[in-house]
Design a protein around this ligand. Sequence first.
Ligand SMILES: NC(=O)c1ccc[n+]([C@@H]2O[C@H](COP(=O)([O-])OP(=O)(O)OC[C@H]3O[C@@H](n4cnc5c(N)ncnc54)[C@H](OP(=O)(O)O)[C@@H]3O)[C@@H](O)[C@H]2O)c1
Length: 342
Amino acid sequence: MKNDINRQFRLKSRPVGRINDSDFELVETPIPVAQDGEAVVRNLYLSLDPTNRIWMSDIDQYMPPVEIGAVMRGGGIGRVVASRSPRYQVGDLVAGFVNWQDYTVARVDDAMPLRTLPKGLPIPLPTMMAACGTTGLTAYFGLLELGKPKAGDTVVVSAAAGAVGSVVGQIAKIKGCRTVGIAGGPEKCRLIKDEFGYDEAVDYKATDWRERLVQATPKGVDVNFENVGGEIMEAVMLRMNLYGRMPLCGMISGYNAAEPAKVDFTPILMRRIGIQGFIVLDFAAKFAEGSAQLARWVLEGKLKSRETIVEGLEKAPSAVNMLFDGSNVGKLIIKVADPAAI
Ligand SMILES: NC(=O)c1ccc[n+]([C@@H]2O[C@H](COP(=O)([O-])OP(=O)(O)OC[C@H]3O[C@@H](n4cnc5c(N)ncnc54)[C@H](OP(=O)(O)O)[C@@H]3O)[C@@H](O)[C@H]2O)c1
């Protein structure tokens, strides 16, 4: 890559089904120059998330959709390389919406300003985006505030080998629960037991997965941390105990679909299931508390973070599809630039 340009992915068309490279235009622009009150950030890591697919669409959603022609929205970490802002010093590591580009302009009056990461924390930057970042916070608040797990509860987690799911299972174990993870394929099922400590793993790609789910939950399900939706969610709801709790974190099985899946509400009534949808940003006021706890668990060796890192900003559009074909384990991250060189 040339050193004097800022590559930006701009949304060209709203994807139909899977994301295509042709849905984006890769534009080369000059590196921004900091004006009064601004800082220029060299992006280092970009977080790829299922919600990227939602933002590319114009369905009813929790933030405005990315406009056609705009730089694609995305979270990540970068380093301040120029500053005319009292809030940011050159060399600071910052996190937040850095977007799909090489450089970001940080302004204090941004609706969600980039936050400065603590200095000297002995945690690798990818982990700061995974178990200790927004991903970990999603697992932490969704499970603890909405799932309200008690020791001995059976907690089921879908997309259990993924970024959020791998952390949910480990926090549930820390809280003394019995954990059952649902994941695609024997390799991921082995991994979630060996690496993330799940007590049971159900391979939803096996033909007998519904029976396996029943066998894995002999005492029913007290908490269903829902990441997938569709028929997996329906099958788990049929295993739920009276007054079970279901934090509804995501429904990835439907994000590429033209029409939302129809869900049978009957078990919700019969089992009096408490379902609460949430967006991690709902807990923003408590992020410092959650991040500190997650970092403590990581440093104490109680919480493992796994990342799948893809090199090169240019891979971003095609790499998001890895989330939908399941070729990621843990947090999917694009390495935009080498932190050691910036
Ligand atoms: N509410 C919030 O604030 C919030 C924040 C972050 C994430 N989320 C949601 O949490 C969920 C997980 O996100 P993540 O970032 O942790 O991604 P992830 O789990 O790391 O990646 C997605 C995983 O979903 C599984 N998957 C994809 N399509 C599927 C399908 N049709 N049926 C079953 N499984 C499928 C794949 O695993 P397999 O190989 O096992 O199929 C894939 O690895 C998503 O629904 C996301 O939207 C919500």
